[in-house]
Design a protein around this ligand. Structure first.
Ligand SMILES: NC(=O)c1ccc[n+]([C@@H]2O[C@H](COP(=O)([O-])OP(=O)(O)OC[C@H]3O[C@@H](n4cnc5c(N)ncnc54)[C@H](O)[C@@H]3O)[C@@H](O)[C@H]2O)c1
Length: 270
């Protein structure tokens, strides 16, 4: 159902790789809700993924940008504003990758140049996107920036490895930049901490199916799907949440505050 919640709003959506990507669902829903936006992804991902199909479905263009490179981000904002005919109202940061996780390195044998890449791609890229936007004055007052996080920022999930540090930094950047951007330009910055979701990034985590099932059994509402996440993101892009900023918002069916569930008790009892 469409509420035209984002009618007249312009934005940038990062991170749509294929139809499983959370960003893919955000793009389809934002389009339904009346937004206009450009899509972007790392040049290498664009060759592997299907982002051009999504661009056609959303009647828009793709502007390649490696989110760790300032010159790519400057070009992204400049071209996006030209294409959309004005400043932006929303930005989705949906970017994560750890070379240590990808190469199955145990937490006691991490490669530190990989660790720095995990932090750069998955966390500092949010700072780079915010700082570049501010310098170019690319976001309108009451605009909204949302980044996607995971509860491994607060609790340890062994195989999530250095992505846990990346998410902790990501959430901290959202708070620190949210304070600055709110004060100077009334721009809002939040993170959404999403349930395990079956995507390319999710499936890269060792034991992901067990993470997924455990979270589903512990959460009173079950795991939040990528579609549910997209709906929540849209509320944060909308004017209905204009006083929400500097928050890490759990979108997890109740997982983060539940201790145990009947389903888990039954499972353990056998
Ligand atoms: N899938 C889950 O279980 C889950 C749970 C909570 C949070 N998240 C977060 O959601 C976000 C989106 O992930 P997803 O699950 O949709 O998986 P995904 O693999 O579909 O998306 C990750 C995206 O990051 C992009 N990316 C990687 N390096 C980049 C770079 N240098 N520049 C620009 N883009 C780059 C990839 O191309 C890809 O499109 C990530 O931040 C992820 O950590 C995922």
């Amino acid at each position: 159902m469409s509420y035209q919640l984002l009618k007249g709003k312009k934005g940038i959506i990062t991170g749509a790789l294929d139809e499983n990507s959370i960003a893919w669902k955000v793009a389809l829903r934002a389009y339904e809700e009346g937004a206009t936006f450009v899509l972007t992804n790392a040049p290498v991902a664009m060759r592997m993924g299907k982002i051009n199909e999504l661009a056609t479905a959303c009647n828009t263009i793709v502007i390649p940008a490696d989110a760790t490179k300032i010159e790519d981000l400057e070009n992204l904002y400049t071209q996006a504003m030209t294409h959309l005919g004005g400043k932006l109202d929303f930005v989705l940061h949906s970017i994560g990758m750890s070379p240590n996780v990808r190469k199955d390195r145990p937490y006691g044998d991490l490669k530190y140049d990989y660790f720095l890449q995990s932090l750069d791609i998955s966390a500092l890229s949010l700072h780079k996107m915010l700082q570049t936007a501010e310098k170019l004055d690319a976001i309108n007052e009451w605009g909204s920036v949302v980044a996607l996080s995971y509860i491994a920022a607060q609790r340890t999930f062994g195989t999530y490895s250095d992505m846990a540090q990346a998410k902790a930094v990501l959430e901290s950047i959202a708070r620190s930049y949210g304070e600055r951007y709110g004060k100077h330009r009334k721009v809002r910055v939040n993170t959404i901490s999403q349930s395990p979701t079956k995507t390319t990034a999710g499936a890269g985590i060792d034991g992901f199916d067990a993470f997924y099932s455990f979270a589903d059994m512990l959460s009173p509402l079950g795991n939040a799907s990528a579609e549910d996440c997209a709906n929540y993101v849209l509320t944060l892009f909308s004017d209905l949440t204009r006083m929400v900023t500097m928050q890490n918002l759990f979108h997890d069916g109740g997982f983060s505050t539940n201790g145990i569930s009947d389903a888990l008790i039954d499972k353990i009892k056998g």
